[in-house]
Design a protein around this ligand. Structure first.
Ligand code: PLP
Length: 425
């Protein structure tokens, strides 16, 4: 794998962009090697500055579910661009899009558009605080909700302790309003709900940001019951799972009774767009109807709305069956490997992670027991075989429907070869 050009761009980048990247995971700090600089992508493939062509298992971290540069999506963006790219005033397309989102997702009575997943969870949390008139929120360890203060916290040492900020620059006073609890565990959540007045519990119902974790049925059902009991809102962050696990996301697939949901990634079809929404009574607290302020100059941007609508229009039941079929095929192809070596495969729908741990983790503490060095080498060796895995053990694979049997088979045989090689050493 020649990386001459990518390496030289990475050097230049580091002089003018902190760490050379505009989002930290892209720097490949968690794996061996340096990041390929991408020139273009089409269908299931990405091509880098050195002409290497990779089977893409990231799909821009989810949005490219129908494959890169899908002609229908490109055409929609093109047609919209020539009629003006931003007005700062309402458009018909936003209304149609909002109607489509509300029809697709069981939790959405009303929805508001914004530009990133980070914004969507920030606004949803403020809305929950405004609606309940409470300050404290509960966040689940290992779930990621974007890069704002309230959710960038990690677990404290004891069950009932305050969370510690997971980043410099977050005031302790802010972090103290966020309590944390382990995934798949109702006891700690209930302790929080019963000892403080909690505005909202926020979680990824199927986490993808600590690798893919399978939720137990009792957990999700229990969470929603507990929230009702204590007058706390349940916010399901579907930025990753929305339109990934089904049209109605994790909430439809796993029948979760939530108050608010956040959407991002796929809903923007590869352009910057996200959304949050939920119960009408809660959503009507938003400005200009209510007293909870929220706004955005580029919210509902015509190009992003066009790309999102075109992408969602391509997602049928058949597409979801095909996508899941590809993931099942990979799982089946790795069955012997998983039995033979201390690796495990966790999957929900078309989201999955190969963990370098004997048993698939069920919470964040267990994820931390993985062999991260081995994952780092695995990642590099897969890249050498032209398969681009997410560059961290803490991430899930995102399949696109542009992957054909040929690519699926190459992924399976690549994984088998590399894992055999790693454990032979
Ligand atoms: C990606 C992600 C976010 C953040 O979205 P950005 O668009 O990167 O700000 C929030 N929540 C979840 C579950 C995500 O996967």
């Amino acid at each position: 794998m020649n990386q001459h050009q990518s390496k030289s761009w990475f050097d230049r980048a580091q002089n003018v962009i902190p760490g050379g990247v505009n989002s930290p995971v892209r720097a490949f700090n968690a794996v061996e090697g340096t990041p390929p600089f991408i020139v273009s992508a089409k269908g299931a493939y990405m091509i880098d500055e050195d002409g290497n062509q990779y089977i893409d298992l990231i799909g821009s971290w989810g949005p490219m579910i129908v494959g890169h540069a899908h002609p229908t999506v490109v055409e929609a963006i093109h047609q919209t661009a020539v009629t003006g790219t931003s007005f700062g005033a309402p458009t018909k397309a936003e209304v149609l899009f909002a109607e489509e989102l509300c029809a697709a997702h069981p939790v959405l009575d009303m929805v508001r558009l914004c530009s990133s997943g980070t914004e969507s969870t920030m606004h949803a949390i403020r809305l929950a605080r405004g609606y309940t008139n409470r300050d404290v929120i509960v966040k689940i360890d290992g779930c990621y909700h974007g890069a704002h203060d309230a959710v960038l916290v990690e677990a404290g040492s004891g069950v009932a302790t305050f969370a510690k900020p997971g980043s410099e620059g977050i005031p302790t006073a802010v972090a103290e309003l966020t309590r944390t609890a382990p995934f798949n565990d109702l006891n700690v959540v209930e302790q929080h709900l019963s000892t403080s007045t909690v505005a909202a519990v926020i979680l990824e119902a199927v986490p993808g940001n600590m690798g893919c974790i399978v939720p137990t049925e009792e957990y999700l059902e229990g969470l929603s019951k507990l929230c009702k009991k204590y007058g706390t809102l349940l916010i399901v962050d579907e930025v990753m799972t929305g339109f990934r696990l089904s049209k109605g996301g994790a909430c439809e697939r796993l029948r979760i009774d939530a108050d608010l949901v956040t959407l991002g990634k796929i809903v923007g079809g590869g352009l910057p767009l996200a959304a949050f929404g939920g119960r009408r009574e809660v959503m009507e607290c938003l400005s200009p109807l209510g007293a909870v302020y929220q706004a955005g100059t580029l919210s509902g941007n015509p190009l992003a709305v066009a790309a999102g609508r075109a992408t969602l229009g391509l997602l049928s039941d058949v597409v979801y069956q095909e996508l899941e079929g590809k993931a099942e095929c990979i799982e089946a192809g790795l069955e012997d490997l998983v039995a033979k070596y201390p690796v495990s495969f966790a999957r929900v729908g078309s989201m999955f992670t190969l963990f370098f741990r004997d048993q698939a983790p069920t919470n964040f503490d267990e994820v931390k027991e993985c062999d991260f060095d081995m994952f780092g080498t695995f990642h590099y060796k897969m890249l050498e075989r032209n398969v681009y895995f997410p560059p961290s053990q803490y991430e899930a694979v995102f399949l696109s429907n542009a992957l054909s049997d040929v690519e699926v088979q190459r992924v399976i045989s690549g994984i088998i070869d590399v894992v055999e090689e790693l454990f032979a050493q």
